[in-house]
Design a protein around this ligand. Structure first.
Ligand SMILES: [Zn+2]
Length: 506
């Protein structure tokens, strides 16, 4: 009974294209702090399993097969534990990571590029939207090989080290030329006098750095191809697992992860998924020259879990922040993620009394310890302002973050801080603030994490995490306007339709 509905395509209005490109830039900028939505904390009632299970590495193949319908044994199902993660920014970040990764990969066409020695005519896939260069130019395309230096490539083209120096010192953009990686393509254009006129550094199928000779040196220019954005729809019914049935519905692994992330606060996919649950999605697809280039973000989604419908709408607010909201404009995400470190296990729990291994006496433990290798990144569990950063007695190198008026979080025993996060800095949820270590009173490398509400220590593993702020009233009108057509599409993909199709399909 696996659903297999091919995504339906339709054109989107042109202004959304422009908007989307802007989003990509914003998203790409967020990649440095890309908080994956594969956080470890999951079901607050079963944090042991959640935090003691290794999560997959960023960007690696993710074992989404664990998103199966719960059997008797659900151990390790939290490996993909979206329940503890912030669907909003994380999902967006994951998309950004995917986008940016795709963006900066060697271009797809690089593999089919002419042999380095080949002398090509003006390449047909030249990304320049500008006027065609004069016919008399001689273009040479060179695919960068492993171990090859820019100096070597220049020499092979009969160009001098002096010229290379001049070019790479002509601007910050041109200096980036030095960061060539194997598989990328350089395209040289020579005039009839064999003078270099243009040098293209093809960074991806959609992004090229162009350096052009001018009267007084060289000018660099970023050329970006516009992606055509279309919307597509998909839905399916859970029969086997979110992974299998998501794939059957035409979703990529990344989209399945994104979907799980979006509803991670609503549904514990490891424990609560049931046969007969269903999902519907409206998402973007990006096309380059009429061919699908990559998936864009999920715009709206519905998940019906055990008869309860959950819906999420993607919305970019005035400040450019992208997040997922309920249909009424309340945020899908929590103000805090549960766990500040990945790949960690709880080595010591919150307790009022315990034997302190270093002090050799009974002491209360007002936080949670996560054992993790030295150097493991520590993420701010919520957005806020750093109110303390430095050595703090037994905590060693510690950071304290104030979140709004009520909440503070503390992170201790760090080996080092993120140099960019200083006392007074504003930090975003998921941003790396430092790295695991064993400074202060610590018997081994671990993070000591505290969560306080109005100054009172609370158990980080079980404390009820507050929701993020809803959309401000002033933005509700805009939200409703943009969500209405998406909701109509979700309505059209209603479960009754799904059931009917499934019945006729079998
Ligand atoms: Zn501790």
């Amino acid at each position: 009974m696996i659903q297999d509905f091919k995504p339906r395509l339709e054109q989107r209005e042109p202004n959304s294209l422009r908007r989307h490109r802007h989003k990509l830039v914003v998203l790409a900028a967020a990649i440095a702090g890309a908080a994956l939505f594969i956080n470890l904390a999951a079901d607050p009632n079963d944090t042991t399993a959640a935090v003691s299970t290794a999560a997959p590495a960023a960007g690696s193949a993710i074992d989404v097969t664990t998103l199966a319908i719960p059997a008797a044994d659900t151990v390790a199902l939290d490996r993909l534990s979206p329940a503890g993660s912030p669907p909003g920014p994380s999902a967006a970040d994951a998309t950004a990571a995917a986008d940016a990764a795709t963006d900066e990969e060697p271009s797809a066409d690089a593999a089919t590029e002419a042999d380095p020695a080949d002398i090509a005519a003006q390449p047909t896939d030249d990304p320049a939207p500008a006027a065609e260069p004069p016919e008399s130019l001689r273009w040479v395309s060179h695919k960068v090989r492993s171990g090859e230096s820019l100096a070597r490539i220049f020499k092979d083209q009969g160009l001098t080290p002096q010229l290379l120096y001049k070019i790479t010192h002509s601007s910050d953009e041109a200096a980036g030329l030095a960061r060539i990686i194997p598989g990328q393509t350089l395209k040289f254009a020579f005039d009839p006098d064999c003078e270099l006129v243009t040098l293209d550094h093809v960074l991806s199928a959609i992004h090229t750095l162009r350096i052009e000779a001018t009267d007084d040196g060289f000018a660099a220019q970023d050329l970006r191809k516009d992606l055509e954005v279309r919307t597509a729809e998909a839905h399916g019914t859970i029969n086997d697992s979110l992974f299998v049935d998501g794939q059957a519905a035409g979703l990529s692994d990344g989209q399945i992860m994104e979907l799980a992330g979006i509803f991670g606060w609503d549904i514990d996919f490891a424990l609560e998924l049931r046969k007969g649950d269903s999902f519907s999605l409206v998402y973007e697809e990006q096309y380059l020259d009429g061919k699908k280039y990559r998936d864009g973000p999920i715009l709206a989604a519905e998940f019906i879990n055990r008869g309860t419908s959950f819906r999420a709408i993607r919305f970019e607010d005035e400040a450019g922040n992208v997040s997922y909201y309920d249909t009424d404009g309340s945020s899908k995400r929590r103000a805090f993620i549960r766990t500040p470190v990945k790949f960690a296990r709880v080595s010591s729990r919150f307790t009022n009394k315990r034997w302190h291994p270093v002090l050799k006496k009974w002491r209360s433990h007002k936080g949670v310890d996560y054992a993790a290798p030295t150097g493991t990144p520590i993420k701010a569990t919520g957005s806020g302002r750093v109110i303390s950063r430095g050595w703090k007695g037994g905590y060693g190198k510690a950071v304290i973050i104030q979140h709004g008026g009520k909440y503070t979080t503390l992170y201790g025993h760090m080996s080092r801080f993120n140099a960019k996060v200083k006392n007074g800095s504003r930090v975003k949820q998921g941003q790396v603030i430092g790295y695991v270590g064993q400074t202060g009173l610590a018997s081994g490398p671990h993070l000591h994490y505290e969560f306080r509400i109005n100054g009172v220590h609370r158990n980080p593993l079980t404390v009820k995490l507050p929701k993020s702020d809803p959309l401000p009233k002033a933005q509700l009108a805009a939200f409703r306007a943009s969500s209405a057509p998406l909701l109509a599409k979700l309505d059209a993909l209603s479960p009754t339709t799904v059931v009917a199709r499934a019945d006729t399909g079998n």
